[in-house]
Ligand binder design. Sequence first.
Ligand SMILES: Nc1ncnc2c1ncn2[C@@H]1O[C@@H]2COP(=O)(O)O[C@H]2[C@H]1O
Length: 255
Amino acid sequence: MRIKVLGCSGGVGPGLRTTSLLVDDEILIDAGTGVGDLSLAQQRRISHVFLSHSHLDHVCGLAFMADNLFDLIDRPIAVHATRQTLEAVRQHVFNWTIWPDFSKLPNEEQPLLRFSEIEVGAPTDLGGDRRLTAFKVLHTVPAVGYALESPRGTFAFSGDTWANDDIWAFLNGLPRLDKLMIEIAFPDEQVELGAASRHFTPSLLASELRKLKHHPELFLTHHKPGCEQLIEKQCRTALKDWRYHHLQRGDLITS
Ligand SMILES: Nc1ncnc2c1ncn2[C@@H]1O[C@@H]2COP(=O)(O)O[C@H]2[C@H]1O
C-alpha cells in the first residue's frame, strides 16, 4: 500500500494541512484540509472515505470535495464511519444550513455521497489483498483509529486520541504491526490541555507505549502549530528507544 500524507498537522498555517491520508490513490482516511491539495482529477479517483471522528479538522475537506465533484462523477463516494460519527456529520455539516446534504444530491437515487456505517473491530475488504479495521480510541467525541493490513505489512493510524487501554489491547491483538502513525498534539508543559482535549504529550505517549508488545516504526502526527520544535525536542528524550519520524505533509508511507 502507498499512503500519501496530504495533511497531518494539528492546525492550519503556511504549509500546514489537517489530517488526510490518501491510500493507493483511491481511498481517503480522514478528509481534513489536506484534501484541498488534490487536483480535480485526483479527487475524481476517490471512491471511499473513512472518517476517524467528526471534528472539523478531519472532515471539512469532504464538504468541499463533494461540491467540486458535483458534475464530475456518476457514482457515489462511499463515506464510512461509526454510527455516532455519521450522525454528527449529517446533523451538523451536511444539514442544508452549514452545507448542502450531498447524500441527497443531485438526487436520492444517485447521490454524490453514500454514508455507510462501520462496526469497530469488523474488517472491511478493500480488494487487492488489503483490509481495514476500525479500532476504538479515546477522544472528546466518539473516535476510532484504523489498521490497514496487507500481506506486506500492517500500518495503523491512531486518529486523535489520549491514553487508554483499548488502543493497546487492539494493537497487541494484531499478528504484526510494522508502522504506527500516532498523535502528539502538545508538549509536556501542556499536559493539562492534553487531558482536557484528549491528546497525547511526548512523555505520556512514551509511558503508554510500554503497553505495546510490538515495536513498530512510529510516525508522529497532529502537532499543534507552534509546538512542533518543543515536541521534537521532548521526543528526543522520551522516545529515544523508538525509531520514529515527525510526519510532514507530502510524506509517503509504504506498507
Ligand atoms: N477544553 C478543551 N476541550 C477540547 N478541546 C480544546 C479545549 N481547549 C482547547 N481545545 C482545542 O480545541 C481543539 C479541537 O480540535 P483538536 O481535538 O485537534 O484539539 C483541540 C484543542 O486544541
